[in-house]
Design a protein around this ligand. Sequence first.
Ligand code: BMA
Length: 306
Amino acid sequence: MANETVFRRYAKNPVVTPSAVPRANSIHNSAIVKYGDGFAGVFRVDEIDFRFTLHVGFSDDGIHWKIDPAALEMKPSKPGLPSTPRTYDPRLTRIDDTYYLTWCADSPQGPCIGLARTQDFREFIQMENIMPPANRNCVIFPRKINGSYAVLHRPSDRGHTPFGDIFYSSGPDLTHWGNHRFVFGPVQGWQSTKVGPGPAPIETPEGWLLIYHGVWTSCNGYLYYAGGALLDLDEPWKVIARTKDYLLGPTEPYERVGDVPNVVFPSSAIVEGKTLRLYYGCADTCISIADADIDEVVAFIKERRL
Ligand code: BMA
């Protein structure tokens, strides 16, 4: 049974399951944006040989998807860029007419953050990695802030990372990053082990709306929840409000049962009118959606703040 939340789950969840890609063992934490008259996505696929690959998909309605059975191959912007053998947890951000893809790339030195750009979801140009190891989550803001590109990210370790704070960094050109600021870290309860940024922050009159994941450690392992925060528009490392109650937690069978049980992993948000549609990975196995009125999400964060 669903618990109290401003999000309403889609009745036919999950909307994307491993049957969408022939070689998929699972398909989950994925990046979806509005594109043309419909939607485009970069999907995380854990294949049946346990390679982790990214696959491009298109959809007219955001629910029914045609996903490329072949893994995405990127074109390097210059020679000598780090190779990306194992790729997962993509995020997409549109800035002007370009979509920027970030993802976690396992390397011998630990997980780091890759970056590519595309305008048509057919050609992806790989750029310099955004973050060195160890870092496992990174998303770009949808516009420059005070003249600089800006990201939220989560320094990590090589393993399952029993800690984790969200940091802000900015830079002039998507290659050189600095001005690192702590944004927020774990606090008691469902977000007591680690936190990490989810979809690209959404600009609202009340601040940047960030949906993030928070992790709790039970005697049986990690449980993943979706929380919300409002960050200052000009200085996004300043937290205006942050949820004490989670926005969405693993309560449905498809969120509780899968390769990794009890995981709700928010990775994309689409705003159309007043509706915020959240795409989230479920139990590291499939993808679901939940809708909310964006004003109600903002009000929830302010009312149920820590
Ligand atoms: C995190 C990431 C996610 C995954 C989650 C739960 O560390 O690797 O991709 O959904 O663990 O297994």
